[in-house]
Design a protein around this ligand. Structure first.
Ligand code: C5P
Length: 419
């Protein structure tokens, strides 16, 4: 995962409601605690049929609250008020149709419902229910009413085999994505803000991961890249309200991180170029985080070729792959913004100089130049640093931070540029 520091020391209140996905909530609680958060839980009466209060209190290292606690006579302040005031962040996972309806319609019946209404902190809600319930118009209306609310981060359920044996939408989004949303909310909380929905109405086209070129049936050429930077950019943009198309090569991080995204898996540079070309006309912002393989062999053999024959064939038939971003920016649409990435080595000055040359030659408004020869950052790491280069000789020093934090910083710059 994104080994984040943004959850460290944060007070997170986890609400659990009566959907079978509640069986996953203890793992979420454990992961939040491991990320350094202080966690307290509230269970609705129905959720106690599915998950035990003792599991949650043990994993959170705190008392787990239920409706009956609300009316204990020792409390100096009403419990729903003290819990709401305590929380830096609230996560309701899963959010059932009933609890959603109560929240949307201002119904304070029960400890969780009243705490949600009393809260001023950011609230993440991860819906989970049967497919027909999810597609019911009343539920849809309730869910849609949350989309533009600054305080709320609604996480759509994903598709899959549900506990009722139906296959369809309704599964609670996986815990990795809930954690990403939590980390994002905490990054904004550090600036005393809610996660902004400033990208509503925008469409992002993002590329990620390596591309691979076959030499023969067994050997291949590629560039180093896990794909994490591009996929985190995609989630960050989506959380901020953008529609996102993610075109990705064979990524090496856990596949769960692709859940909830509009994905277009490809393998070669030419395949990536074709898909990106098709999607360009609808994109407001194009982010090329992919490490496109620089070379390919003309007509690779579909059989395994003996080494000595293969090397001769490679030397005679090697060519440079198409520069996707350069070709794309030459037919840039009005108002379209391009952000490229450049993995570089050398001193800060060398990285900035090489980055600026690439930004101009590739026709990008922005280019993030990052070192790949320094410890604990870059390839296969959760952190990065570098320089964001932009129009009018803009140079922004991006300090060593998580790739998720960098994603939000880059989106801030794009947003400032557009407005
Ligand atoms: O590999 P290079 O340093 O030139 O990559 C810089 C930028 O150009 C990156 O955004 C990368 O995705 C893009 N690129 C591309 N097509 C290539 C090579 C790189 O779009 N063939």
């Amino acid at each position: 995962m994104t080994s984040s520091t943004s959850l460290l020391g944060k007070k997170v209140l986890v609400g659990v409601t009566g959907s079978i996905a509640a069986i996953k909530t203890p793992i979420l609680v454990s992961r939040l605690v491991q990320a350094g958060a202080e966690v307290k839980c509230i269970l609705t009466p129905n959720s106690t049929n599915l998950v035990s209060p003792l599991s949650l209190s043990t994993l959170s290292r705190n008392k787990c609250f239920q409706d009956k606690d609300q009316w204990e006579d020792y409390q100096a302040k009403p419990l729903h008020i003290s819990l709401a005031e305590w929380a830096d962040l609230i996560i309701v996972a899963p959010m059932s149709a009933t609890s959603l309806s109560k929240f949307v319609h201002g119904n304070a019946d029960g400890l969780l419902a009243s705490t949600l209404l009393a809260a001023d902190s950011q609230i993440i809600v991860a819906a989970a229910m049967n497919t027909s319930m999810w597609s019911n118009q009343s539920v849809k209306n309730n869910w849609n009413s949350l989309q533009k609310r600054e305080q709320v981060i609604p996480l759509d359920p994903s598709e899959g085999l549900l506990a009722c044996d139906r296959i369809g939408d309704g599964k609670m989004i996986n815990l990795d994505i809930i954690e990403l949303a939590s980390e994002s909310a905490c990054l904004f909380k550090a600036q005393n803000k809610f996660l902004t929905k400033d990208l509503i109405g925008q469409r992002f086209l993002i590329s990620a991961g390596p591309t691979i070129e076959d030499l023969d049936a067994a050997r291949q050429l590629t560039n180093r890249s896990s794909g994490l930077m591009g996929v985190l950019m995609s989630h960050a943009a989506k959380l901020r309200g953008a529609e996102v198309d993610l075109v990705h090569g064979p990524v090496t991080f856990q596949k769960e991180l692709l859940e909830g995204l509009n994905t277009y898996p490809v393998r070669t540079a030419t395949q990536m170029q074709t898909v990106i070309n098709d999607l360009q006309p609808v994109a407001n912002v194009i982010v090329m985080a992919a490490a496109v393989c620089d070379f390919k062999k003309t007509s690779p053999s579909y059989k395994k070729v003996p080494k000595n024959l293969l090397i001769n064939s490679i030397l005679k038939n090697i060519e440079i792959t198409p520069d996707i971003i350069k070709k794309l920016s030459s037919k840039k649409l009005q108002g379209q913004i391009f952000l490229g990435f450049a993995a570089e080595t050398g001193s800060d000055q060398e990285i900035k100089d090489k980055g600026e040359q690439k930004r101009i030659s590739k026709g990008c408004e922005f280019l993030m130049a990052n070192p790949i020869d320094r410890k604990n950052q870059g390839f296969e790491e959760n952190c990065n640093s570098g320089f964001l280069l932009g129009p009018n000789k803009m140079v922004k020093n991006i300090l060593l931070s998580t790739k998720l934090s960098i994603s939000h910083q880059l989106l801030d710059e794009i947003q400032n540029y557009q407005s």
